[in-house]
Design a protein around this ligand. Sequence first.
Ligand SMILES: O=C(O)c1[nH]c(=O)[nH]c(=O)c1I
Length: 312
Amino acid sequence: TTLATEIAGRTFDNCLMNAAGVRCQSIADLNKLIDSTAGAYVTKSATPVKRAGNPSPRMHTLPKGSINSMGLPNEGLDYYLDFVLQDQANRPGTTNFLSVAGTSLEDNLSMLHQIQDSAYTGFVELNLSCPNVPGHPQVGYDFDRVKTVLTAVFDFYTKPLGVKLPPYFDLVHFDQIADILNQFPLTFVNSINSIGNGLVIDPHAEKVVIKPKGGFGGIGGAFVKPTALANVRGLALRLKPEIAIVGTGGILNGQDVFEHILCGASMVQIGTQFGYEGTQIFDRISQELTAIMAAKGYTSINDFKGKLKTFD
Ligand SMILES: O=C(O)c1[nH]c(=O)[nH]c(=O)c1I
């Protein structure tokens, strides 16, 4: 039984990896991911220069999930680009993900020009769905804006690139975003980012649990799995086959991964629960998924990828 997967001709020995933003902001975090069972890593979404992000407390975890309003804290693109360039030199033949999240089209284009002109050979994950930068609405919810951004990007960018999308909640929106995405040579689409602007309350203190935005923040973890599965499936059914689906959202165990793959995911990213457990989660969930596959007689994820049954 193998958990190996492939996207755009790149092979990964495990279909599990971290979700951007979780334990991937520092070189120390990234090296722990390299040393783990994860098949790849993605770096914390970068802006052109280092950002402190929102005031703390800005993240809170409950058994059923997390809320965060980090505000895009990161070390700046150079830090992450230097890291991935060094890593690809150290470990030829491996592919990883560099996440970028400019707060303007100009910032995204300047970062992508820098990456295009560099020796980087890995994937870029263009984050169109950060819900926590005050005053900056999510690009992913403005379909015309998505088309404008991708048109500008693919005017020059030729290396493998995917987009990180927010969750959609209307089948017409799945149709509309898929129609736009299918017009571009995307390598993958990653669904979902956190469910934006949820609210978690501490009833004892009668108070919100995070400081930024009056307590409003992105929701992750078990809370979001049904929405994550729907977005993975909704896009898998609508996107051209050349665009791989990366599934993110609500992964706590091997069964959750199995469900994401059934819906069409080629790679699965773990956020909230990875933040809680650390890198040993990749061993635990790999064992759980292997056991599920063995019990069903599957030897590779391609045996069941995208094969979710319906009643009709
Ligand atoms: O607040 C953040 O840094 C953040 N938080 C999220 O939940 N998703 C994102 O894409 C980002 I850039």
